[in-house]
Design a protein around this ligand. Structure first.
Ligand code: HEM
Length: 453
């Protein structure tokens, strides 16, 4: 049987809003349920499940579509055997102005072709080298963290990960010199993403974001020819040197889009998981001690690639943070064809909103789901295997996160360095409000105090 082909013109059609046959609510005029989502996406998802079931109508500002819950439904959507779901159309309204050619905003054959250029940057020899590059960056910044006074983790880790991004992703050698241009441009784009009004008027967030995008693209355009000629070991250099089947290089404009999207996809997600990690290790000092002992058991100051798999407890803690607070809180797709899902007829061009944290905490799959309990990932429990799609912090199927091993490597290399040098505490009775957007994190950025070991 021939493989299903997506309808050619699905990108040109507007979103379908004819969804009155499906239970749910459009919420308040104009904003719909956007404010409830910003406040607490998990509670909103649970409310929808209790009132309407796994599939329900939802409006988020200008977008009307369906909230989809449940591991079976996620499995069908992510595996997408019949090419019914477009990631490009799912994300275009949210990200399209800034990241139109990013990998997640491409579908099917085009996506497959473009994903190849990125895969080259994640091969084992490249990964080995990235760990080696990370160690001195962490050393240099960690040594300046003052002891004995309260610090805030979020801005510190953001700064650290911007340096990692500049050096490992793009091959910037003199970070101090180029950091301002690069990080300003990148941070402005991210601010632009949160703009509610998309008008290019000077002084607005959106305007700043568009300027940031131009600066970022120009920065990449200027360095791509050098990266093609050189023998750099950074991600951009690997991508620049990759060739297509007809022996030509990927185009500069594709490479610019990939480099910008890669920074975006990697930065906030890893900042988010490490912020949660600090919160939980501060609240659970016994886990902090266990991870420190595990880090010490490697017997080295600098972790190497082959050591990573030995850090099993760290893996469990990272997994548990991502279960409780997935860094991409809401994934999206748009239907290409009319489909049936969970007993509902869903027309073509319908937006689907997929909140990850609901399945991650559904009691049918997890014991005591609200508790921080990293041992649930231990080989004698393996709760995440209770359903192949009850745990999906990195998505699944064709668009599954290409950086998942890099993310884990980064988190482990940081934790290994940090825990071997410092012991830390969070304030007594610490119970921060949690942010869901633009990235999940403790709202106060995690206040903490370090003590040299
Ligand atoms: C804890 C860290 C991370 C988490 C939780 C995470 C999560 C995700 C998720 C959920 C998706 C799929 C979204 C969807 O299907 O709708 C995704 C895609 C992606 N991620 Fe990550 N990510 C992380 C770190 C990274 C890093 C470090 C990189 C790069 C080095 C990266 C690069 C990408 C790219 C390029 C895609 C698009 C893949 C495609 O469309 O084929 N991510 N990520």
């Amino acid at each position: 049987m021939a493989a299903a082909q997506p309808a050619e013109d699905y990108r040109d059609r507007p979103d379908n809003h004819q969804l009155d046959h499906i239970p749910g609510t459009w919420g308040y005029p104009i904003v719909g349920s956007a404010l409830a989502l910003i406040d607490d996406l998990l509670s909103l998802s649970r409310k929808h499940k209790a009132e309407y079931g796994n599939i329900s109508r939802l409006r988020l500002g200008p977008q009307k579509g369906l909230m989809v819950l449940g591991a079976d439904n996620f499995q069908k959507i992510f595996l997408d055997r019949d090419k019914n779901f477009s990631a490009e159309m799912g994300y275009v309204q949210q990200l399209g102005k800034f990241y139109r050619g990013g990998l997640l905003l491409r579908d099917f054959d085009d996506h497959k072709f473009q994903r190849r250029v990125m895969q080259t940057a994640f091969k084992t020899p490249a990964m080995k080298n990235y760990v080696a590059m990370m160690n001195p960056i962490f050393d240099n910044q960690l040594k300046n963290w003052p002891t004995g006074k309260q610090l805030v983790f979020f801005p510190l880790i953001k700064e650290l990960l911007l340096e990692i991004g500049a050096k490992i992703f793009i091959g910037v050698e003199d970070y101090k010199e180029e950091a301002d241009v690069l990080s300003d441009a990148f941070l402005n784009v991210n601010e632009g993403l949160s703009a509610i009004v998309h008008l290019k008027l000077p002084g607005t967030k959106f305007y700043k974001g568009m300027k940031g995008k131009d600066a970022l693209h120009q920065f990449f355009a200027d360095i791509i020819p050098q990266r093609r000629e050189g023998d750099g070991q950074d991600m951009l250099s690997f991508m620049c040197q990759e060739k297509t089947d007809d022996d030509s290089y990927y185009t500069d404009s594709d490479l610019i889009e990939h480099a910008a999207f890669l920074l975006f996809a990697a930065h906030d997600t890893t900042t988010s998981v490490l912020s949660h990690m600090m919160m939980y290790l501060g609240l659970n000092p016994e886990w902090q001690d266990k991870l420190r002992a595990e880090a010490a058991s490697i017997g080295k100051d600098d972790l190497e690639y082959d050591d990573l798999e030995k850090l099993k407890l760290m893996d469990q803690c990272i997994n548990e943070c991502l279960r409780l607070h997935p860094s991409v809180p809401l994934m999206t797709r748009r239907t290409i064809n009319e489909i049936e899902l969970d007993g509902h007829r869903i027309p073509a061009e319908t937006m689907l909103f997929l909140p990850g944290s609901f399945n991650h905490r559904e009691a049918v799959h997890w014991s005591n789901p609200e508790a921080f309990d990293p041992s649930r990932f231990d080989s004698d429990r393996l709760e995440h295997k209770n359903h192949s799609f009850c745990y999906h912090p990195f998505g699944g199927g064709a668009h599954k996160c290409i950086g998942l091993h890099f993310a884990s490597m980064l988190a482990k290399t940081f934790l290994h360095k940090f825990l071997l040098q410092y012991k830390f505490t969070v304030p007594e009775g610490y119970a921060p409000k949690m942010n869901w957007v633009p990235l999940p994190k403790p709202a106060d950025g995690v206040p903490f105090t370090i003590e040299k070991l």
